[in-house]
Design a protein around this ligand. Structure first.
Ligand code: URA
Length: 242
C-alpha cells in the first residue's frame, strides 16, 4: 500500500484501538516516527511498506501496513475459519491482527487435518488472483495412503474425466507422482472441497495424512516450523505465479 492516511485512522485500522484510544497513545508520546514522538494524531502521513521500520509504538515496530501477505506453516488440528469451535488458524497471529481493517483471510483453505503451506492476506485483489482458475496456480500435496497404489491412479487423475462423488463436473487434469507404494505427490489446479482426499476415495484409497509443500513455485520454507508464519516478499508472491 502507498498513499497517505491520517495517523489515527491508520492505527485504528491496524487494530491499535479506537481513534480516541490512538489519540491517547499519541498524547502519551508512545508513537514515534523516525525516533521523534508524533504530536498530532490527525496528521496525514505517507503510508509506505517501510513505515514499520520508521514508526515505533511502545518501542515495538509498527505492524505491517495493509497490503500484507503471509505464508504460514499450518499445523494439523487448526481450522481455516473465523467462527468454528476449537483452534483457528487466525489464533496463530497476534491478537491485534484480528482487529485489522481490511481483515486478513486465508487464500483458500486447508482441512483441519491437513498441514503445510497456507497463504493469508488482507489484499482482496491478490487473493482473487491466486484462487482464480484463470491463473492455473498449481497446488502441490504429499499424500500418505492407507493402501498401496494400484498403478492406474496417475492416468485416471491426468485424464480430466475423474468425477468426485456428488459433483456434476469432472476434475481438471491433475498429476500424480509415486513416492512409495503408499505415498504420492499430487499436483492440482482446482480447489474443490476436500479435493485430494476425495480424489483418492474415488480410486478406492484413503488419505491418512496430507501436507501441502508448494503453491506455484513457492515452496514451504524448511525453517518455517508448524505454527510459524512470515511475511511474503515480492519475490515470494511472484513465485506463486511463476
Ligand atoms: N485437498 C484436501 O483433501 N484437503 C486439503 O486440505 C487440500 C486439498
Amino acid at each position: 500500500m502507498s498513499g497517505t492516511a491520517r495517523l489515527d485512522r491508520l492505527l485504528a485500522n491496524l487494530g491499535y484501538g479506537s481513534r480516541t484510544e490512538v489519540q491517547r497513545l499519541v498524547d502519551a508520546g508512545r508513537v514515534l516516527l523516525d525516533g521523534v514522538p508524533v504530536e498530532d494524531a490527525s496528521a496525514r502521513i505517507a503510508v509506505t511498506a517501510d513505515l514499520p521500520s520508521r514508526m515505533r509504538i511502545d518501542d515495538e515496530p509498527l505492524d505491517p501496513v495493509a497490503g500484507m501477505a503471509l505464508m504460514l506453516h499450518k499445523p494439523i488440528g487448526v481450522t481455516c475459519s473465523h467462527k468454528e469451535i476449537g483452534p483457528l488458524v487466525y489464533g496463530v497471529l497476534p491478537p491485534r491482527w484480528r482487529r485489522r481493517e481490511p481483515g486478513i483471510s486465508t487464500v483458500g483453505r486447508l482441512d483441519k487435518e491437513t498441514s503445510g503451506l497456507l497463504l493469508m492476506t488482507d489484499d482482496g485483489a491478490l487473493l482473487h488472483k491466486i484462487i482464480s482458475p484463470k491463473h492455473h496456480v498449481t497446488k502441490h500435496y504429499v499424500a500418505t495412503l492407507a493402501r498401496p497404489l494400484r498403478g492406474d491412479e496417475a492416468a485416471l487423475f491426468a485424464a480430466g474425466t475423474l468425477m468426485l462423488e456428488g459433483e456434476a463436473k469432472p476434475l481438471a487434469p491433475a498429476a500424480l507422482e509415486t513416492l512409495s507404494p503408499t505415498s504420492a505427490r499430487v499436483t492440482v489446479t482446482e480447489g474443490r472441497y476436500h479435493q485430494v482426499r476425495r480424489m483418492f476415495a474415488a480410486v478406492g484409497n484413503h488419505v491418512e495424512a496430507l501436507h501441502r509443500d508448494r503453491i506455484g513455485a513457492l515452496a514451504l520454507p524448511a525453517d518455517l516450523a508448524p505454527g510459524e508464519y512470515r511475511q511474503m516478499s515480492p519475490a515470494d508472491i511472484a513465485a506463486i505465479f511463476a
